[in-house]
Structures are given as C-alpha cells and as structure tokens.
Design a protein around this ligand. Structure first.
Ligand code: PEP
Ligand code: MN
Length: 371
C-alpha cells in the first residue's frame, strides 16, 4: 500500500478540486481531505502504483509528494521549495533564515544568567535558552529552579530584548505557565509524551521538538504529527544526537538527517551541538558542520562560569568562545546566501564587529577552543 499527498494550489478553484477528486475516484483509492493553512491537501492511500506524475499535471495541483509508508501526512504537507520560516517572537528559523538560540543549560543565579544573556545577544543570538524544569536521568540530580527560575529567565530575556525558549515536561505546567512562554522546548526524553505534545500544541506557541536519542526519523516526524494534528504547525525540529556506539562523544550527531528531511518536509530543523558533543571543545566544529549541512539554526549552551553550574558543565561554551564561533557562523551562512539571525549588537563602549562591514570567512576555522 502506498500513500501520496496531493497539495492543491492556494488559489485552486472548486472545479479544480472536483477534477482531482474525479481522477482519484476513477482509481478507486481512499482519499482524506486535509485543511492546511490557506490551502487544501488530499492524502491518498491506494495500491502499489499510484500515478503521481499524471496527478501532478491536473490543473490546481501544486505538488504531489510520495509518502511511501509514512504515517505523517500533515508533516509532509509542510514541504515547500526553500522551506518554511517560523517566527518565534521575532527570531526567525527556516526559509533562508538561520538563527542561534543560546544560553545556559539551566537557570541558576541571576548574575550568571544576565551575563550570559548579554553576551549571547551582543554576539547576534536571536533567542535565549534556559531550563527551569530539568529532565535528569537521576532523581538525585538538580531538577531545575522552577517558577523562580522562570521569572529570572523572563527578566533576563526582556533586559536584552530577546525571546526565550524553555522546556516543559508535564502537561500540568502548560496550564500553569504556558501563557507566559514564548517558545516551548520539548526535550528529547519527552518526544513521545503524547499528552504533553497535545497540551503544548493547544497553546498555539512555537514548539522546538527535540529528537529522542533512540528515535528513528519516522518516530520523530510522528511526534511532530501530534502537534500538527492538534492544530499547531509552528514546529521546529531539533536534532541533538542519537545513541552513539562509542564514548568519544555524548551522542552521535545525525547530520545526514538535515538534507534528508529538507527534501521531504518544510519544517525548519535546528541542531543542538552541545548535547551531541558533551564537551565544549567539540561544540564549535559540530556547530559549523551543522550549518554547512543546511540546518536552519542552532541551540548552544553558554555559561560564564561553567565550573559553577550544576547541569551540563562540561559542554558549556565560555562567552569568548561563543562570540568567536558566532563570527565564523555568520561568515559561513552569509557565504551560503542565507541570512544570519540578528545584527551584532555593540556592547557598551564597543563598536559592532559584524555590522555594516562584511566579515571575512577564514580559510582555517578557529581550532583554539579550550586552549
Ligand atoms: C537541554 O536542552 O538542556 C536538554 C536536556 O536537552 P535534551 O532534551 O536534548 O537532552
Ligand atoms: Mn543541557
């Protein structure tokens, strides 16, 4: 049994739709109509040889997407040339826009958080990150600062004028604080927490959906399908590494999934090099590689005093390394003809190094991390 998705043109008429349905009726296939924002799509389930190419020639048809065995038609229906752009409080991901989200793994002291927020904003990050409800493998590990930490995060983000992402891991949190959030992160371990996905989707806010470390691509897309099926198509996928056969990295970053998905779906894909690497010295190279592979953004852990944090200390980039990395990333993205996040903000008393003047891409990327 194979499946096709037929995307109608946004301006398709009722007569066009009737012509497509008549052609499908003649094939004796099962058809489901899917209302997408601004257009209609038809999911067609039928025999092994559906005539996708002839169906694509019917007036009113924009594109026919062969779905094979996939069960995620709504996610596939997002496909469009060049990808879709998702706006998170002014931060743009996808459709030619590359954004970097950065901040601490977890929100602890106000001073460290504000210092981090100022650093990442000045370097051109488009959003702040910070965990307040942490999902830890051990119940004895620090579980996050909760509502007090959320206040700190919201204040710091407002101080530097950035939107922020934080992770929710329990449907009860959605009701309690959902309306305060800008972008909602679903962590790897909760990718298949379906009641959580459904509640979060109902908030109608952009969702950063991380891939579980043992999930194949179909499972990941089906988790996204839950969000879309609940009426929220503001979904950004996040590849953060899958279980690795070795211990040289914390997780194995699946960069191949970026060009693979770019050919099939329109949702933006960002990469988390911090949790994949597990070590600050490896993060910059993975970050550059992810953008070279076509990622629409990155989420990076940064901390001014990594020795003082109770969560993911080894992988946090010190501010100076992050700032240097951002210069490299801006150059790389600009060379590829894409637009890179926010303009670099001048720190007090300094001139902006990236504003108004083209940066030179370096032939040899910075390898002095940790030195
Ligand atoms: C995090 O972003 O801090 C985190 C816990 O990530 P993941 O869910 O990918 O492990
Ligand atoms: Mn972390």
């Amino acid at each position: 049994m194979s499946t096709l998705l037929i995307l109608l043109k946004p301006d398709a008429t009722d007569a066009d739709r009737g012509q497509v349905l008549a052609a499908l009726a003649a094939l004796g296939v099962q058809v489901e109509e899917i209302a997408l924002p601004g257009r209609l799509a038809l999911a067609v389930v039928g025999g092994s040889a559906l005539p996708g190419e002839s169906l694509a020639r019917i007036p009113g048809v924009a594109r026919v997407v062969p779905l094979g065995e996939t069960k995620a038609p709504l996610v596939h229906a997002t496909w469009r040339e060049g990808g879709r752009c998702i706006d998170v409080g002014g931060a743009r991901f996808g459709g030619g826009h590359v954004g970097v989200i950065a901040g601490p793994c977890t929100v602890e002291s106000r001073d460290d958080l504000v210092a981090t927020a100022q650093c990442v904003a000045a370097a051109g990050a488009v959003a702040l990150r910070g965990g307040v409800f942490k999902v830890r493998t051990s119940p004895h590990s620090y579980q996050g600062g909760g509502l007090e930490a959320l206040d700190l995060l919201a204040d710091a983000a407002q101080t530097v004028g950035l939107p922020y992402f934080t992770e929710l891991n329990d449907p009860r949190q959605v009701a309690a604080i959902g309306d305060r959030l800008v972008g909602v992160q679903i962590g790897a371990r909760h990718m298949q927490n379906f009641p959580l996905l459904t509640e979060v989707a109902a908030l109608g806010k952009p969702v950063l959906l991380k891939r579980h470390m043992a999930a194949d691509v179909d499972e990941w897309l089906l988790a996204a399908e839950y969000l879309l099926a609940a009426g929220n198509d503001q979904v950004i996928l996040c590849e953060r590494g899958v279980n690795s056969p070795g211990r040289h990295v914390r997780y194995l970053l699946d960069l191949g999934v970026i060009p693979y998905l770019k050919r099939r779906i329109g949702l933006p894909i960002v990469v988390d090099p911090s949790h994949a690497a597990g070590h600050h010295e490896l993060v910059p190279d993975l970050a550059r590689a992810a953008l070279a592979a076509g990622a629409d953004g990155l989420i990076i852990e940064v901390h001014p005093r990594p020795e003082a944090t109770r969560c993911d200390a080894l992988q946090a980039l010190p501010p100076a390394v992050f700032q240097q990395l951002m210069l490299d990333l801006r150059a790389l993205v600009t060379l590829a003809g894409r637009s890179f996040g926010a303009s670099v903000r001048p720190a007090r008393g300094e001139t902006a190094s990236g504003q108004g003047q083209p940066l030179r891409a370096r032939a040899v990327p910075n390898r002095s991390v940790g030195a």
